[in-house]
Write a protein that binds this ligand. Sequence first.
Ligand code: ZN
Length: 117
Amino acid sequence: MSTNPRYANGNRRRNHRARFKAMDAPCGICRGALGPIHYDEPSDAQHPLSFVIDEIRPVSKWRQFGYDSAKAAAADWTNLQAAHYCCNQRKGNKVNFSGIAPQMPQKVKELETDGDW
Ligand SMILES: [Zn+2]
């Protein structure tokens, strides 16, 4: 495959989003405590229950989790979960949230909110 990796990555990301939406997956962070994810709303601060993809193991720590690259960590379906926008933000701002992620790097947040949604 000689496609532009950024483009290919975007496609995969869209794919992941579509898959979560099709599953109507609950938020993996609050486990549905805040209710279902609002899949049809734009992912921004105005829509706290809107949908974002959350990386369970922070992409920035890909080495620690045995991935070949940060990209591999972001592309691993088993490392992803659906989450509310607000839950993802909360997790990002807290150290050691639910014992897994010390901190969501800024880079990942940009990835979450960029483009096509
Ligand atoms: Zn939630």
